[in-house]
Design a protein around this ligand. Sequence first.
Ligand SMILES: NC(=O)c1ccc[n+]([C@@H]2O[C@H](COP(=O)([O-])OP(=O)(O)OC[C@H]3O[C@@H](n4cnc5c(N)ncnc54)[C@H](O)[C@@H]3O)[C@@H](O)[C@H]2O)c1
Ligand SMILES: NC(=O)c1ccc[n+]([C@@H]2O[C@H](COP(=O)([O-])OP(=O)(O)OC[C@H]3O[C@@H](n4cnc5c(N)ncnc54)[C@H](O)[C@@H]3O)[C@@H](O)[C@H]2O)c1
Lengths: 206, 206
Amino acid sequence: AVPPTTVDRLPVYLRCLLQAKGMRMPVINSVQIAEMAGTNAAQVRKDLSYLGEFGTRGIGYDVDSLITQLSRCLGVTEQRRVAIVGYGRLGSALQSYPGFEERGMRVVAVLDADPSKVGTAVNDTAVESIDELEAVVSREGVEIAVLTVPAEAAQAVANRLVAVGVGAIMNFAPVRLDLPADVAVRQADVAGELQVLSFHLELQGR
Amino acid sequence: AVPPTTVDRLPVYLRCLLQAKGMRMPVINSVQIAEMAGTNAAQVRKDLSYLGEFGTRGIGYDVDSLITQLSRCLGVTEQRRVAIVGYGRLGSALQSYPGFEERGMRVVAVLDADPSKVGTAVNDTAVESIDELEAVVSREGVEIAVLTVPAEAAQAVANRLVAVGVGAIMNFAPVRLDLPADVAVRQADVAGELQVLSFHLELQGR
Ligand SMILES: NC(=O)c1ccc[n+]([C@@H]2O[C@H](COP(=O)([O-])OP(=O)(O)OC[C@H]3O[C@@H](n4cnc5c(N)ncnc54)[C@H](O)[C@@H]3O)[C@@H](O)[C@H]2O)c1
Ligand SMILES: NC(=O)c1ccc[n+]([C@@H]2O[C@H](COP(=O)([O-])OP(=O)(O)OC[C@H]3O[C@@H](n4cnc5c(N)ncnc54)[C@H](O)[C@@H]3O)[C@@H](O)[C@H]2O)c1
């Protein structure tokens, strides 16, 4: 099994490899990947070894085949279908972000509880009512949900998503979601990230 | 020294302890903290042991003193002064987020390169020109900068921030910043988080 800390680095490696492809590099070695990814060559070799053997000692990795390997491992060879639930400040910023498409994520549905937001067209999707969650998820084949609802609404919304078959949730609300073990959850905590930065300032006596 | 994986969990523990205080719990044990934080009691005890000895075997931790200890360690006993650089979709969502104040972060400056945004008032701060970056950082005593500028602008902006004494950067642009080792950097990658979720779906054959 691939260790969680390795999994966390795979998206960075894929981004570096796509950059290398854009620079028309046919082959890339672990030192070059480490430089682009901000890690070290030994870590790169170890991480990539979990994906199987395909680097050649002394030469490196074939860029195209490593891209294919990483995309397969991350399950992004086809666009994943994403719903954004909560079309407020954060939800609207994420919904209109062009950077998702190029990384294999397609926003196929946007849901909100506020009747004045329902029906507004954003790009090529219209905001739909949270009351239609089950129908929308089934109709659009939603695989991943991004929760940008207030904290007090998050658990109830997550329960409905899981009940209708959504297996992966990115949660921006500052509450821990209590969900079955087979549901994948990533918890965003922007304020927490800033506190970690503050920790490093404190260490330096600043 | 506190291990990086422990540091990453400290903001979660602080949030749990503040919740416990809100529930008027005078004392809390590692099992209860683990339940609230979504981790396990042994991990909690180990993590908190890096902050010094203050739990009592069999009774637990004094909520108020653990809050003080965690806040000191994270350097948030006083509000950290934060600048948001780039007042676009994401920057504007973050700027108006009320959740930062309660976690020790105060947005004291907002900067942008677009002349049509400069001068617009948002809450009690006005958007200022990126041309005034050095003056604004010095005037406001900015300690942490949040970068929500396009990828191609991020490195140049980061260099200017570091040159004028900013020691901590939260980067949302999808590029690795090349900065001196003593500058603390947190790299946000929302699309990468979604790819990690996709990895777990792929593992389940979905
Ligand atoms: N804005 C930020 O920068 C930021 C940063 C970190 C975390 N967060 C968290 O992200 C979440 C969203 O933040 P925001 O600033 O966008 O808030 P917001 O209030 O601007 O938006 C929330 C949206 O959710 C909708 N909503 C409420 N209940 C709902 C329900 N049951 N189902 C569907 N939609 C519902 C509201 O109508 C609104 O449009 C919050 O939990 C917040 O704590 C926000
Ligand atoms: N929107 C999202 O959901 C999202 C998600 C993940 C990552 N990102 C990344 O975050 C960054 C911001 O994204 P966005 O969607 O808010 O983009 P945006 O285009 O809406 O906003 C960018 C802002 O930066 C300003 N700007 C440009 N050059 C500048 C400079 N040199 N100095 C100061 N300001 C400058 C622009 O005037 C604009 O207001 C981008 O790098 C993007 O890739 C965005």
